[in-house]
Design a protein around this ligand. Structure first.
Ligand SMILES: Cc1ncc(COP(=O)(O)O)c(C=O)c1O
Length: 336
């Protein structure tokens, strides 16, 4: 894993002056410092009111603000990749560099955090990138897609049937040949999407319960791989998938991870990308408390956590870490 390489991307304001890619420049030290600085106490104003006498010591709940990586202000165009994408894209980028291909292709919707991050990385590294977007060219560009274009990504629009072929190996092979491209799966999922999470291992070890939101479940899988038998990973599924993630994990994770895990499947609040009024209210309160959340993933994570806390208060002996996986650029799709 090219830790230092990524560290340089994130800390460099002048992406063009990046050093040559060098697999030998492996040094996890800078990452630990960067990540520790991103851990903040969870805002107490959002926690349910409890009788002061309930606990003799305060609850220990922290947030790992991966949204703050490389992107100081989500309202100004974030040119650097942030959130879980830093870790999800690392392995894909390594695979690309090991391949003879000259460009990157991936897939996403009109507000895709993944395409946005990929466009930013590709721009930093001067790699041509192509985004295959579920949608029609006649539709006005969303703020996300406009950023992608501004960052140099070429967009190709696909209708529903064409987009449905994104898992078809023959179609992917054809795309790879047509664009001389390394094809990254939708959302950066897959084995290559998991490896980068090893960077988080050393800071996760201090927590008993770790909470993270899931779409494909790749980030959660990458995190689970670095937890011990004494730790619990709580995965908040942002997708109404009729138990699909649950079924997959029951098969694949049973023997491959040491930690306990739980998937919360009823926290999608009406479905993927739905943002009911109560969620907006939570986002507004969290904004006021200095914790900006995105409606698709992290607001649902916090909402599920607070609901759990209200039902069965955590013991203060349990140290909890919520992972903020970013996605704030997508707020613009919700007028937030
Ligand atoms: C902001 C944000 N959080 C969480 C996730 C879920 O990640 P995964 O698909 O790895 O489960 C995504 C999707 O990549 C995302 O964009």
């Amino acid at each position: 894993m090219s830790y230092l390489f990524w560290f340089r991307i994130l800390s460099s304001n002048d992406a063009c002056s990046l050093p040559e890619f060098d697999q030998e420049l492996v040094d996890p030290e800078p990452w630990n410092e960067v990540l520790e600085a991103l851990i903040e106490p969870f805002p107490s104003s959002l926690l349910p009111a409890v009788e002061e006498s309930t606990y003799s010591t305060p609850l220990e709940v922290a947030v790992l603000r991966l949204d703050r990586l490389g992107s100081p202000d989500f309202r100004s165009t974030p040119l650097h990749v942030s959130g879980n994408k830093v870790f999800k894209l690392a392995g894909h980028l390594d695979a690309f560099f090991a391949s003879p291909k000259s460009s990157l292709v991936s897939f996403g919707g009109r507000w895709s955090n993944h395409l946005h991050a990929l466009a930013a990385v590709a721009q930093c590294l001067s790699i041509p990138s192509i985004g295959l977007v579920r949608g029609y060219p006649e539709q006005p560009l969303t703020a996300t897609l406009q950023d992608c274009v501004d960052m140099g990504m070429t967009l190709k629009f696909c209708d529903k049937q064409t987009y449905a072929k994104r898992y078809d190996p023959d179609w992917r092979q054809a795309l790879s040949e047509r664009y001389d491209a390394w094809v990254i799966p939708e959302g950066g999922e897959g084995e290559d999407g998991i490896v980068g999470f090893s960077v988080l291992a050393s800071i996760l070890k201090d927590y008993d319960h770790i909470w993270v939101a899931a779409g494909t479940g790749t980030s959660a899988q990458g995190i689970a791989a670095h937890l011990t038998a004494k730790q619990t990973l709580v995965v908040v599924n942002a997708v109404a998938d009729q138990g699909e993630l649950q079924r997959q994990w029951a098969v694949t994770m049973k023997s491959s991870v040491a930690c306990h895990w739980e998937i919360i499947d009823d926290a999608h609040q009406g479905g993927f990308g739905k943002c009911p009024a109560e969620l907006r209210t939570l986002i507004t309160s969290a904004d006021a408390a200095g914790l900006p959340l995105d409606p698709v993933y992290t607001a649902k994570l916090v909402s599920a956590f607070l609901e759990r806390l209200a039902k069965s208060p955590e013991s203060p002996a349990v140290k909890t870490l919520l992972i903020h996986t970013g996605g704030l650029q997508g707020r613009r799709g919700f007028d937030l």
